[in-house]
Design a protein around this ligand. Structure first.
Ligand code: KMH
Ligand code: ZN
Length: 273
């Protein structure tokens, strides 16, 4: 089987410092966390940023500063979030595309998200996909519900997404698809044959979903965005700690971690310049 691409999602938009004291918030903290995760075996960073008060923001200046620091310290593939936080406008969410990142997330549909609605109707998807295409940014298609795969394929039909596609299944969000083996198998088997995929299990589902992905030939996302615990009742001390555990398991199962450059090739990204 192929090497394992590990994505670290160290910040997210929902977790607070109160819940996870080690949550990186400033550009400097996020870059340090990114460097440690790279050292541990991550190849991709799924990036959200926060404002001075620690609240989620899509501000282009904060993204620019954070990306500059991450690039100074690592060769990670930087994937900016265009999901942002629920309630943000489309234009607000799209801001980091202006920085020309290698990748960006593209959630391909609307779903419940806890007590909120993560709103991504078809016209918004078309705008987001078009803007990514114009900016030369490779989308990672975020799938919170099975129907989002069909929505992505509709964008392919419209010429707004170009195969081979890369998907990330976000499983276990309250209100969306559950993190069960059956669900993951169904989603993985529903993809076009040339697609690649990873899974981000939420909360206690992060570790079992990661294990399943390693065995099934998928890839893995870990980090505080989706899960703040190392095990039940014990907070993780860093994102790197979560990455290291996946590396150990993957090595045992014959899937050593891909370097960022190896991941670029596997994801059909141009080589780093
Ligand atoms: N924060 C969630 C509402 C993404 O980054 O593209 C959306 C999210 C997905 O995190
Ligand atoms: Zn995200």
């Amino acid at each position: 089987m192929e090497k394992l691409i590990i994505t670290v999602a160290p910040v997210g938009a929902e977790v607070t410092r109160k819940e996870q004291p080690y949550l990186p918030v400033t550009p400097e903290e996020i870059a340090a966390e990114a460097a440690a995760a790279r050292e541990a075996g991550a190849a991709v960073i799924h990036l959200h940023v926060r404002d001075a008060a620690g609240n989620p923001t899509q501000d282009v200046e904060v993204f620019a500063r954070t990306i500059e620091l991450i690039k100074k310290e690592t060769d990670l593939i930087i994937q900016v979030s265009t999901g942002g936080a629920v309630g943000m406008t489309a234009e607000e969410r799209l801001q980091p595309l202006a920085l020309g990142p290698e990748m960006a997330s593209l959630t391909c549909g609307t779903c419940n998200f806890g007590d909120d609605v993560f709103y991504n109707p078809p016209p918004l998807l078309e705008t987001f996909a078009r803007r990514m295409q114009e900016a030369g940014v490779k989308p990672e298609i975020e799938v919170f519900e099975a129907g989002m795969i069909q929505n992505a394929m509709a964008l392919v039909q419209k010429g707004l997404l170009k195969p081979p596609l890369h998907f990330d299944f976000v499983l276990g969000v309250p209100g969306a698809a559950p993190a069960t083996p059956r669900q993951l198998l169904y989603l993985a088997e529903s993809l076009p044959p040339d697609a690649t995929w990873s899974v981000a299990g939420v909360g206690r589902h992060q570790l079992p979903m990661a294990n399943l992905a390693i065995i099934l030939g998928g890839h893995v996302r870990v980090g505080f965005e989706d899960n703040i615990y190392y095990r039940r009742g014990e907070l993780a001390r860093s994102n790197a700690q979560l990455v290291s555990r996946v590396v150990r398991l993957a090595e045992e199962l014959g899937r050593p971690p891909a370097t960022p450059d190896e991941a670029r090739s596997m994801l059909h990204l141009p080589p780093r310049t």
